[in-house]
Design a protein around this ligand. Sequence first.
Ligand SMILES: Cc1ncc(COP(=O)(O)O)c(C=O)c1O
Length: 348
Amino acid sequence: MSVVFRRNVARMEGYVPGEQPQEPGYIKLNTNENPYPPSPKVREAVLAELGDPLRLYPDPMATRLRRQAALTYRFDLPGVIAGNGSDDLLAMVARAFIGEGDVLACPSPTYTLYDTLVRIQGGRMVGVPYPKDYSLPPALARRKARVTVVASPNSPSGTGVPVRDLAALAEAVPGVLVVDEAYADFAEETALRLARERENVIVLRTLSKSFSLAGLRIGLGFAHPRIIDGLNKVKDSYNLSRLSIAAGTAALADIAWMERNAGRIRKTREALVAALPSVGFAPFPSQSNFVLARRAGGRSARPVYEALKRRKILVRYFDTPRLAGCLRITVGTDEEIGALLSAMREIR
Ligand SMILES: Cc1ncc(COP(=O)(O)O)c(C=O)c1O
């Protein structure tokens, strides 16, 4: 066969997304989705778009959605970009800033897609280990990377770093600082003001988690207009569908719906964190809609994951050295978390 991939593509593993079972009946606590439905306004907006409008291409600039985002987050329109999920925005950042041999630095462990995107570009990811308390590692700024990415709250740890530390990092890095705020609506703080105040900060948001729209793929980026102009050059031309633009606009306009659900999830999270030690797991402090927890006694979490799966409850387990013995549990409804805890008691 004469098909020859670029060397870096031939060598890399593709990104492996979380398990999405195709049969029904699972309590799904493995990919940080929202257990509550999206705003009813989303349904109305999507229905209005079905039919004749689908003949036509969507607005390549997703102007309605960006205008609503600018209003909701008090940002100037030229500083807002929309993506097909925040994964799409991360891919644009990699395309725009990372060339052959360039470095992207991030604290680790973190969202593994960053590594995949950098490898596609032929660049190199440098992971700077988080200290035990998951505060920002001081060595991160010293890597002098073209791009530095911090997920805050981070996945899979669930921990967040203070915005004042991100501000100091933005000051210290020579390139751009991306703050991936996929879980910010469940956290105490947001770094959005840094994207307003500084020319080298990009803040990314998603409607997949807090807005219950993982199935539609809608992400938002906020930055200085000069950065947004650059990202626009490398984005897919029609990167959001008509349905996504309509749904995202309606969801952002009904912010109270999202906030009510995020509040319920935070409450359930605290109950889960309080209960985990009684089933033999020590939780890390979480500012997101999931909780990372380590099994007592240095034992692997895999058998617990497998036993839960047999009971049709899906969570994530980790067995890398840093995350040995860890489960990551998405915060579901009170009933779902109740079922999880009973199953964990039984398994124990
Ligand atoms: C840290 C982080 N960033 C981004 C994403 C991707 O979100 P989206 O669904 O908007 O592509 C995820 C999804 O799990 C995530 O954990």
